[in-house]
Design a protein around this ligand. Structure first.
Ligand code: SAH
Length: 242
């Protein structure tokens, strides 16, 4: 029985892979890749066996159950199986579920942390998530509707953080999430930034306020993947870049 490494691939820039991730990519017998941005794929040696489990128009989209089973099957055949996941494996993206599945099926595994997009993508556009006197907390949530329902986010608490709120997977449900925050008392003039496709050539930032960001996002045709940052730290960007 081999070992499965759940490896954080970072936010997309191959230079932001950890040395350990880079070593495991070179040592792997087989690599399972997600929808990783092309940058990270470039460091995978051409002769590696790569299984693409990401969403593409042509390839079969693997369900989570199929991915879990595939990892166990590969571990019975290979010594070193690398499951590359975007950002950090344990920041959303179901890495915890994959680890538990491996554990329950008696497969040895190790988690290799990665640089999460939740922090790195705002940094790319000069937004420090914490700043003395401006924000003393960073809260990362999923904006995905289904997950919200399952996890039952406490919008009342989120609207009253007086800190930085970072929303992942939040583009599709932006209107509802903004509505929740406004109706629970977060000011309409709270600064908001949406950063799309960080660490790719198409990376861009769209900024506004809680009260107008839905209109702006629509006008700018913001698409996933994107990170939404809500809070006064967004204003620091201007000071850092001008
Ligand atoms: N484990 C990952 C997050 C998985 S959830 C991490 O730690 O980064 C997927 C969400 O992450 C996307 O919907 C988006 O909100 C965010 N995301 C990941 N990579 C991104 C990127 N390069 N640019 C913008 N958002 C990104």
């Amino acid at each position: 029985m081999g070992k499965v490494y759940l490896v954080g691939a970072g936010p997309g820039d191959p230079e932001l892979l950890s040395l350990k991730a880079h070593r495991l990519i070179r040592e792997a017998d087989v690599i399972l890749v997600d929808n990783l941005v092309l940058g990270v794929r470039r460091v995978i040696p051409a002769d590696k066996e790569v299984i693409d489990i990401g969403k593409t128009a042509t390839a079969h989209k693997y369900s989570q159950a199929e991915i879990n089973e595939l990892m166990v099957r590969l571990a019975s055949r290979y010594e070193t199986v690398v499951r590359l996941k975007g950002g950090d494996p344990f920041v959303f993206g179901r890495g915890g579920e994959e680890a538990l599945y491996l554990k329950e099926h008696g497969v040895e595994f190790e988690v290799v942390p990665g640089i999460t997009s939740a922090i790195a993508v705002p940094a790319l556009f000069s937004i420090p998530l914490s700043y003395r006197g401006v924000s003393s907390s960073i809260t990362i949530i999923t904006g995905h509707e289904m997950e919200n329902k399952e996890e039952n986010l406490n919008w009342e608490a989120l609207a009253n953080l007086k800190g930085t709120l970072v929303i992942l997977m939040g583009v599709g449900n932006l209107g509802n999430n903004v509505e929740e925050l406004l109706s629970h008392g977060l000011q309409a003039d709270t600064p908001v930034a949406i950063i799309e496709k960080g660490f790719t050539p198409d990376a861009r930032i769209v900024t506004g306020e809680l009260g107008n960001i839905v209109t702006i996002a629509k006008r700018e045709d913001v698409k996933p993947p994107a990170i939404i940052v809500i809070g006064d730290v967004v204003k620091l960007r201007t000071r850092l870049t001008e």
